[in-house]
Design a protein around this ligand. Structure first.
Ligand code: ZN
Length: 409
């Protein structure tokens, strides 16, 4: 088993929001086995890495990604070869890892095959917590048919990112299908979306009985439901039915706050995607129906984050980028810094993300027993969050599960 010893490290502690200087970190295999201020005598085969002047921090966690959504035209992509989609997803995953994301949650499109390919080393990428296909009602946000199309290819391995289910029994079957394929969570559309062809952003989707059935099935499998929702009307009925994470939430108001607390739910804003879509729209890359809906949510994204931060919600880092927009994945740090201090944003992308994934102490932390997911930063992200956004110059080393994927030291 390979041993790596990092010496003279200033370790970033997200919980305390401070750097702990002059630490030695010992990695053996895929785990951190020891941390301290003493200098262990290295074995002959140990790899020694001196980090004087550098910051050592946990690998980043993005809790809202779609690496398998490889094209802006999701409807067209659904008719591509899954092998071709996987090859393009591999490039997206490699990019994420090179930005410092060692773990992602995939909330639509990714599946066991993609996660396994990364896990077994066929693609370099972050470890993937996947949910399989997103559950949507007919005409809901994951129903990508144009209004003039009737037929929907229901074969699971067509690379469509949604599964259409109506009524309690179809919802139960859809959840059980994802559970059968090893899903870590179930993703469902609780409201309309920006990029879907036939619904309104302010609609609510799925009946209460369907939502309760979905949560019941997920809970039976010891997983949870992640709900896409924009307005408090959609958020609140989701939370009351037991949905554990709310994605986007741009149009949220004060009425949702007590429910987040009561149900111990997580909030996953994804501000950067609206900015990226707006830019794509200016360049003529969006369908007409997207542009109009985008305006509804773009302006409110930062306000919702400010409300959530002020109210003490558990906020995870999410980006919701796809196709060629993934290179903006780190810009979310800058956008959030308009309303949140650096330590809070870093917690979102480390400890809170780990908590959301049920991996507290194993991910998002530099501590003994955790996976050796480590980044070496030239600079102090607590003092300047932008040091995380220029990986080509500031991110000197990337280790995931004890393996080094970049070393510019
Ligand atoms: Zn999404």
């Amino acid at each position: 088993m390979q041993t790596t010893i990092f010496r003279n490290a200033a370790i970033l502690d997200p919980v305390e929001g401070r750097l702990v200087p002059d630490q030695t970190v010992v990695v053996e295999g895929d785990r951190i086995i020891d941390i301290g201020s003493s200098q262990p005598t290295p074995g002959r085969s140990a790899r020694l890495i001196d980090l004087a002047g550098m910051t050592l921090m946990p690998g980043l966690i993005d809790c809202h990604t779609h690496p398998a959504v490889v094209d802006m035209d999701v409807t067209g992509m659904a008719e591509w070869s899954p092998a071709y989609v996987a090859a393009r997803a591999a490039r997206a995953l490699s990019g994420m890892l090179q930005r410092g994301f060692t773990t992602i949650r995939d909330v639509g499109g990714g599946d066991l095959g993609l996660a396994r390919a990364v896990d077994e080393g066929y693609f370099p990428g972050p470890r993937i917590f996947y949910g399989g296909k997103q559950l949507t009602q007919t005409g809901g946000a994951g129903d990508w048919r144009s209004p003039s199309r009737q037929v929907y290819d229901t074969s699971y391995y067509a690379p469509a990112i949604g599964v259409i289910c109506d009524g309690v029994s179809e919802v139960r079957r859809a959840v059980r299908e994802e559970v059968r394929r090893g899903a870590h969570h179930i993703k469902a559309y609780l409201s309309g979306a920006v990029d879907s062809p036939s619904d309104r952003v302010d609609s609510t989707q799925f009946s209460l009985e369907e939502l309760r059935a979905m949560v019941e099935e997920a809970t039976a499998a010891n997983i949870y439901v992640a709900g896409h929702a924009y307005t408090s009307r959609a958020i609140n009925r989701g939370l009351e039915c037991g949905v554990r994470t709310i994605e986007h939430g741009n149009l949220m108001d004060e009425s949702s706050i007590p429910l987040f607390h009561q149900y111990q739910a997580f909030y996953v804003p994804t501000i950067v995607t609206y900015h990226a879509l707006a830019r794509a729209g200016q360049q003529g890359h969006l369908h007409g129906h997207v542009g109009a809906k985008l305006l509804d949510v773009l302006d409110h994204a930062t306000g919702a984050l400010e409300l959530a931060h002020r109210s003490g919600l558990r906020i995870a880092y999410g980006t919701d980028l796809f196709a060629d927009l993934h290179d903006r994945q780190l810009e979310e740090f800058v956008l959030r810094s308009e309303v949140q201090p650096a330590d809070a944003i870093i917690r979102s992308a480390t400890t809170v993300g780990a908590e959301l994934l049920g991996m507290t102490g194993k991910l998002g932390t530099v501590s003994a027993g955790a996976y050796a997911d480590l980044l070496v930063i030239d600079g102090d992200p607590l003092a300047d969050i932008r040091t995380l956004t220029t990986p080509e110059t500031n991110l000197k080393l990337i280790m995931k599960q004890g393996l080094i994927f970049k070393n510019d030291l």
